[in-house]
Design a binder for this molecule. Sequence first.
Ligand SMILES: [Zn+2]
Length: 398
Amino acid sequence: MNPESMRSPEPPEANPPGPQENRTRSGVFLGTFLNIRFYLDYSWFFIVALVIYTLSSFFFPHELAGRDPAVYITMGVFAALLFFVSILLHELGHSVVSQRCGIPVPSITLLFIGGLAEISREPDDPKTELKIAIAGPAVSLVLVVVYHAVAWGFEAVGIPEGTAVFRWLSAVNLMLVLFNAIPGYPLDGGRILRALLWLYSGGFRRATFITSRIGVAFSWLLMALGVLLIFGGQWGQGLLFLIIGSFLKSAAESGYAQALSREFLDGVRVRDLMTHDPVCVPAQLPLNLAVDDYFLTNHHMAFPVVDADRRFRGLLRLDSLKNVPRERWPYTLAGELADTHNAHLGIPAETSAASALRLLLIPGQGHLGVLDEAERLIGIITRHDLLHFIRIHTELED
Ligand SMILES: [Zn+2]
């Protein structure tokens, strides 16, 4: 299982607009190798325990009867750790080729579901994409052969415990290759097919559309299988299929959204799409008056709050008003409330539209203030503005 390699749509900018920094990784930092930061997601600890438990309680006792429980546990731990090393090597395969092609890989995270190489942007041409996509499964195939040879070696010298562990490792890596061979985006097979379609038909968006549809269809199939397994009493496996299916589905859908934004938002700046000189709430206004004079008369869900010199203080959102008891409204200033959660809700006017979209797609963050060099508010941009822009272009093309 390894539907990895989600790639963010474009290179990190020289001065990234705030909220990205807020998205701290939920995981343990392992170290840096080849300029790549390695992380273990917290969910990994759960899955590694589950793999060790399954192997040492069921799989190995079934393969090799009559050993001491400590032997099975040792085999389970060893096999589980090498399994995750295999996933790391698969991700490193993608990452090293990506870096060779000039696309930096800031980090690799091991998740419950496999690995995730953060490739900083989509390749510019189909051949690069093809090379990066093939590299991971190629590494896994080599591992299948190597583990098989090691299992054979253990068999030759008469150590059946070693044989069992390395046979399992070889089989599980083969499954990884087969799973990734499914031609649905974002699996490696989907990326390979996308690169080929892109190469021979010329359209990046069309190729992404087709392969992400296959990816979505496959994810539905996995989820349906999960439901069947749960009804059949195998709830553990069923649940795993459901989780993997829904993860794949959202990755396939967001992959297509990224392809659209790449095509239509390329070269577009926030300045080009923002609403100029929006209605602003003065920072010194008490909340009760802000509600009466702005929310009840203008029907927006959020207003920028500015000081007397138009310096941006933050956004006053309708939902954040709920955090203040109504009887406190006359004594709380709009600026005070905006300060409490503003820090990063303003972006420079020169930010690319694609990275603004990425920020605006964060749940609960549909608006951003647009600022000039002196941090004064010059406009506002919403998720709706950007999606509308993309939709118009899509409609005009099809
Ligand atoms: Zn891969």
